[in-house]
Design a protein around this ligand. Structure first.
Ligand code: EUG
Length: 609
């Protein structure tokens, strides 16, 4: 039974002034409400006792050796900066997330866990940790903030890894430069925090934020996350990295490789991405080749903006809608990364549980969704398009004229502005996100089920109706087969769309977890057979997905393995991340591939538990 927890019973979320991952004061009230809504449906206890001897050890390391190694690390870094993972695991929620495991565990909660967390305070500390890992052959797993939600959170791929929580002590905005409209951030800077810092400067600059604002600007970028202003392709808008290599050496990429005068940073570091010689930034994105300690990021000059929403009544019209979107996107009439969402999300984003809308355990039928939508601000529809135009009013209006005219070709479509919608409608936070203001509201669909976790299936297709249909039909059919509601969103970047389908899982139900994994595995395999691949995935699907990119007898993976072995001969840095295993782990049963299914446990030391 769900117990209703009142606002008054929940301790407040730490403020940004108290903790680097905390909530800025201006969002504190919204944060309190969001937390109360989520906790109102929680049936799982805050934590359960763990079994077996703790902490879980790194593979191949016995307890005395581990203890010696940890004692040495504490000696070098300070006792208070090394913490064993030997206490009960607490899932918390988005704003108070664990760094010990994946808050949205898809396997058992206790499977993907660290042995310890370490908190470096400087790049030198990181070098020390890397050298220590090489000495003891202990795998290390760096996280920036640890809010990689839907993709594994803070969890390491190899159980017993030592998690390097970079963000706790390395969380400064090192520079905001109004001339080059750029910043330099450390790993622990969240979108909320960067927003505050930019506001403090008074400069007319925007940041670009994803749907929820608590993530690391650096971490999201190197995982190639998306946002929704014209700077929504985060990786495309980074400029310059500083990286600690698995050897312990430090390197700078881009213009930063050329030392500035008298030891200063290169003055062009945040102005030019490519510099000279091979472009190596890419190998530090979605990889395990280095630890990014500083990153330059472009900021957008503030401009006028107008958000809007268009509803479409017929589910089957999405091909036509996407065919209309393509030329508008390519011609930059659609100014940002707009989203085309299934109407089910209009229900879910209210924060009300599925049970408010439907009694059955099975996926909620489209007729039922539409019947509810009829009584909601969006009206009866199947799809909702959220877009924003930018620039001076005249420009915006001429763009809006074209947009209205083009989409009016879809029968029954309706156009709305934010002022047409009630105050609590999602269009308002959406409009803020699309103008660079971080938000929390997107979390509200986690109320769909009790103890709700989400797992993202994220294939790429060209912006073309016939490709969209193939993927959408695979997703819809397999969600139905495995008993899940389907909540698709297309994030359109131009020539290409990220299709994001979130599987919502009740973490208290092991069978639901098993079915979610089966559903993911089949979607990945079927999409790949049609030529479609994912842009990003949860830890436990990285082996499978990386191998779908297998053109030329796994040429890309063999190239990555060559790099891995050259850069990290001891295989200490995030083994298995992005499906890349170091020599010492390769072909010893660590890879989780679909032929191993069904299984919900994870291999440790090459043994299936
Ligand atoms: C979204 C979520 C993602 C992602 C891109 C976009 C947006 C959901 C959880 O992953 O990778 C509404």
């Amino acid at each position: 039974m769900a117990t209703t927890i009142g606002l008054q019973d929940l301790p407040p979320t730490p403020l940004l002034s108290e903790k680097h991952s905390g909530i800025p004061e201006r969002w504190a009230e919204q944060c309190k409400e969001s937390k109360a809504r989520l906790y109102s449906l929680k049936t799982l206890p805050a934590s359960v006792p763990r079994e077996g001897e703790l902490p879980v050890l790194p593979p191949g390391i016995d307890r005395p050796t581990f203890n010696t190694a940890i004692a040495e690390l504490k000696e070098t870094l300070g006792e208070e900066h090394v913490e064993l993972n030997d206490k009960p695991l607490v899932d918390g929620w988005y704003m108070e997330h664990p760094n010990t495991h994946d808050t949205f565990h898809v396997l058992e909660q206790s499977k993907l866990v660290s042995s310890a967390q370490v908190y470096p305070g400087s790049v030198e500390d990181i070098q020390t940790i890397v050298r220590w890992a090489n000495k003891y052959l202990i795998p290390i797993y760096p996280i920036s903030i640890g809010r990689n939600m839907g993709y594994g959170g803070a969890a390491p791929r190899v159980p017993g890894s030592v998690t390097i929580d970079l963000g706790r002590r390395m969380n400064k905005v090192l520079k905001i430069d109004g001339n080059s409209a750029s910043c330099i951030v450390e790993p622990g800077v969240t979108y909320f925090a960067l927003y505050e810092e930019v506001q403090k400067t008074g400069l007319p600059l925007w940041i670009d934020t994803p749907d929820v604002g608590g993530g690391s600007v650096l971490g999201n970028c190197i995982d190639r996350g998306v946002g929704y202003t014209p700077y929504g392709d985060h990786w495309a808008n980074h400029c310059g990295l500083e990286v600690v290599l698995p050897s312990g050496e430090i390197m700078r990429t881009g213009m930063g490789a050329l030392p500035g005068k008298n030891g200063a940073d290169n003055p062009s570091w945040q102005a030019f991405q490519h510099a000279y010689g091979p472009s190596v930034d890419g190998i530090f994105s979605q990889s395990n080749f280095g630890i990014v300690t500083k990153m330059g990021m472009w900021l957008m000059p503030a401009t006028g903006h107008q958000s809007y929403m268009i509803t479409f009544p017929e589910e089957d019209d999405f091909e036509q809608i996407i065919e209309i979107i393509r030329p508008l996107a390519l011609n930059r009439v659609l100014g940002n990364i707009p989203q085309l969402r299934s109407v089910i999300q209009e229900l879910a984003i209210t924060g009300r549980p599925k049970s408010d809308f439907y009694d059955g355990k099975d996926p909620i039928p489209m007729e039922v969704i539409k019947a509810h939508a009829k009584n909601m601000p969006c009206g009866e529809c199947a799809w909702v398009f959220y877009g924003t135009v930018y620039g001076p009013e005249e420009t915006r209006n001429s763009q809006l004229d074209i947009i209205r005219q083009e989409f009016s070709k879809v029968r029954g479509s309706k156009f709305f502005l934010p002022e047409d919608m009630p105050e609590d409608h999602y269009i308002h936070p959406r409009a803020r996100i699309c103008s660079g203001v971080p938000e929390l509201r997107e979390l509200d669909w986690l109320n769909w089920k009790p103890n709700c976790a989400h797992l993202a299936f994220s294939p790429i297709t060209p912006t073309r109706g016939q490709d969209a249909r193939i993927v959408h039909e695979i997703v819809t059919r397999l969600h139905k087969k495995w008993g899940f509601d389907s909540l698709p969103t297309w994030c359109v970047s131009g020539r290409e769309m990220h299709y994001i389908a979130e599987i919502l899982i009740d973490r208290s139900d092991p069978d639901e977890k098993r079915r979610a994994i089966c559903c993911m595995r089949e979607m990945i395999t079927e999409a790949a057979a049609e030529g479609y691949g994912e842009y990003r995935t949860h830890l436990i699907f990285q082996d499978q997905i990386s191998r779908t990119y297998g053109w030329g007898n796994q040429a890309l993976m063999r190239f990555n393995e060559t790099l891995k072995d050259a850069l990290d001969p001891n295989g200490i840095l995030a083994p298995g991340r992005a499906g890349i295993w170091p020599k010492s782990y390769r072909d010893k049963g660590w890879e989780i591939l679909p032929e191993d299914e069904p299984r919900t446990s994870v291999k440790t030391n090459g043994v299936i538990h």
